[in-house]
Design a protein around this ligand. Structure first.
Ligand code: KG4
Ligand code: ZN
Length: 360
């Protein structure tokens, strides 16, 4: 049996400071420190995010090693998010990873955050593996296990929906991905967050809209869906129409939002989901691909998850929905991407710098 590979993953692109340790493709630990400070401002404040990363990163990495029960000397490589993201926030993770790799004399691996979201589908956890004894579970020893995890088969389509991006990705291999459709303006997550802000709800709006939408009628109000060529999306018009809709109704009834909050949330959410599923179906038909995955923060949305399950029934799709802990930002997705890059010896130089915008 070949020697195991231990990878540390570091994520600091936005407002989560996260570290995760992997043994091959098995997750040993996944630590996330969220930054509550932004709630006061109704959105992420870049300068505060950088400072909070600086304060938390050592504690988070230490906790990741402790939970994984390995020592730093056992590490084979350090993977980090190079971009896209907030430049000051990225700088903290990149500088930390560079210093630690230099100190331990091990390779550095750069990871594109959006590719990480897609590769979250390849994370194995103890829950996926039936171990013959507790010691095997503790050490993720693969020789003694029965694997219950089913991975999407290549090529598959992944709808990656986050706070900053909305992409349909054609995934040909772990590291061979192509964006075949994306938003021309706001991301799906932004549509949720800005919609919530218009209604006076706190940041981040996505999870709250999801919760309130369960209590409302998705057909109560009709919002327009943008018609955009090809497999691209546009969500900025939806935000504007919600703004005017609220303004007009509040003029007549100042309590309108309070009275109809659940229905507005349900209607807004269903409009976003219908748009996403419509384009995803077009992509599936055009490319004749039936393995369909979702990823990114908005893939935690219960309406989107249900809509995808409905497509499984209706269209015969093989659907892949990440566990909740791997939808929103985390370092496990960076570590798994790092593992696949490690196998290809795709290492980064010490001179590497972060990128606020980053293609793949
Ligand atoms: O992937 P992510 O954690 O960070 C980025 O890379 O942007 O995504 C964050 C986004 C936010 O816009 C948040 O409102 C949204 O994901 N989100 C949700 C839900 N949970 C998180 N949107 C809708 N429903 C949810 N349950
Ligand atoms: Zn993300």
């Amino acid at each position: 049996m070949s020697k195991p590979v231990y990878i540390l993953g570091i994520e600091s692109s936005c407002d989560e400071t996260a570290a995760s340790v992997f043994r091959d493709d098995c997750m040993l630990s996944n630590i996330i420190a969220s930054q509550d400070v932004h709630k006061l401002y109704g959105g992420v404040v870049p300068e505060l995010a950088s400072r909070a990363h600086q304060q938390k990163i050592i504690l988070v990495v230490d906790a990741a090693f402790k939970k994984a029960n390995i020592s730093k000397d056992q590490l084979n490589a350090i993977a980090f998010t190079r971009g896209p993201g907030l430049i000051g926030a990225l700088l903290v993770g990149v500088s930390f990873a560079k210093s630690m790799a230099l100190a331990l004399d091990i390779p550095l691996i750069e990871v594109n955050h959006m590719q990480g979201h897609v590769l979250a589908h390849f994370i194995r956890t103890n829950d996926d593996l039936r171990f013959t004894n507790a010691a095997d579970a503790e050490h993720n020893r693969k020789s003694e296990i029965v694997d219950r995890k089913s991975f999407p088969s290549f090529p598959f389509l992944c709808l990656t929906v986050s706070g900053g991006h909305t992409q349909i990705v054609l995934v040909k291999d772990h590291l061979d991905m192509h964006i075949i459709g994306e938003t021309l303006d706001d991301a799906a997550g932004e549509a949720f967050d800005k919609g919530a802000k218009i209604m006076g709800l706190p940041y981040p709006g996505g999870p709250l809209i999801d919760k309130l939408a369960k209590l409302g009628n998705p057909k109560a109000f009709k919002f327009p869906q943008a018609s955009v060529d090809g497999l691209n999306f546009s969500f900025s018009g939806l935000k504007t129409s919600l703004l005017y809709f609220i303004r007009d109704h509040v003029k007549n009834d100042p309590d309108f939002i309070e009275k109809r909050k659940n229905d507005i949330c349900a209607s807004l959410q269903s409009t976003i989901i219908e748009t996403l599923i419509y384009k995803l179906k077009q992509a599936s038909v055009q490319l004749n691909i039936n393995d369909i995955a979702i990823a990114g923060g908005v893939s935690a949305n219960s309406g989107l998850r249900d809509a995808l399950m409905a497509m499984k029934e209706k269209e015969g799709w093989n659907v892949f929905i990440p566990a909740f802990e791997f939808c929103t930002d985390n370092a496990a997705m960076i570590a798994i991407a790092g593992y696949y890059k490690f196998l290809k010896k795709d290492f980064a130089p010490q001179s590497i710098t972060p990128l606020a915008r980053m293609e793949f």
